[in-house]
Design a protein around this ligand. Sequence first.
Ligand SMILES: Cc1cc2nc3c(=O)[nH]c(=O)nc-3n(C[C@H](O)[C@H](O)[C@H](O)COP(=O)(O)OP(=O)(O)OC[C@H]3O[C@@H](n4cnc5c(N)ncnc54)[C@H](O)[C@@H]3O)c2cc1C
Length: 300
Amino acid sequence: MKPVDFAYHRATGLDDALEHLNAAGEGAKLLGGGQSLGPMLNLRLARPRVLVDVSSVAALRTVEPARERVTVGAAVTHAEIEDRPVSDVIERAMREVAAGIACRAVRNRGTIGGSVAHADPSADWPIFLVCAGARVYIRGAAGARALPVTDFIRAAYTTDLAPGEIITHVEIARAGGQARFGFCKLCRKAGEFAEAVGAVLIDPERRCCRVVTGAVGPKPVVLADTTRTLAATAMPPEPDAIRAEIAAVANEHDPVKLHTAAVAVGRAIDRALAAYAPSHDGDRSGSGARTGLTFQSADI
Ligand SMILES: Cc1cc2nc3c(=O)[nH]c(=O)nc-3n(C[C@H](O)[C@H](O)[C@H](O)COP(=O)(O)OP(=O)(O)OC[C@H]3O[C@@H](n4cnc5c(N)ncnc54)[C@H](O)[C@@H]3O)c2cc1C
């Protein structure tokens, strides 16, 4: 099947994009890298009258690695993030996440803004951004606004974005020097969409810890009980406890899916904690106390 006929406008700037988007009303659709929208057009799941291409809008194409936060423009591609130099745990984590998305051809075109807007429950960026406590910035005719990614994504393929609005960038707070990140994406072939994802950020200096389950249920979710246990003990919770929490928050009851999701979360926790393990005895059991990792009142 081929797409319906549509007009195409390559936006020259953010204002130009907003103008064309609003002029066309509900019949308009933004085009980022086209890696999700392209197939939807071909299947006629999307039938826009006008496509407004924002992939070369300069204001959406910058990465600003400031001291307190990293700001990534919506039209920055996965490959550009994969190729960036890294100076801290957040940038290293972003490189790891980007490199695990599909193949290089998809990464060369697909954008972080498109991924967040599309809100596929199995997509890598939304899971990482929820784990990192990131915020998404939006511009529309009425002005600019921002909200946490966890609130922006409401359900599978459903976000808070209103017609006529554009994601301009995402903002990720930098973590402390002792912070560690663990990511585990389980899929049958490297680079495929995930069957389950676990993402973990442990940041003792900022008293911040988040364990996230993704690709199960309608959107990525922070596992609050698992997070509290991890923050308080620097030990992975029992697999059964992780599984029970995933079942509850994701409303998922298929035993195979639950097992896969719990394994992904468990491995992500192990990967984050492994960075704290003392090298002389390989014993992780007391590492939290020795490194000052544990903290009771985690900011989830
Ligand atoms: C073969 C294949 C394998 C893939 N595997 C993975 C994978 O393993 N993990 C993964 O995470 N993803 C995967 N993807 C998806 C890929 O990462 C896409 O690039 C991404 O989901 C969408 O980004 P995009 O820039 O291509 O957006 P587009 O396809 O252009 O747009 C997607 C949606 O976002 C909207 N949009 C785009 N930009 C903006 C903006 N600035 N503001 C508001 N709305 C906007 C569009 O209107 C559309 O509704 C895969 C894709 C393919 C084709």
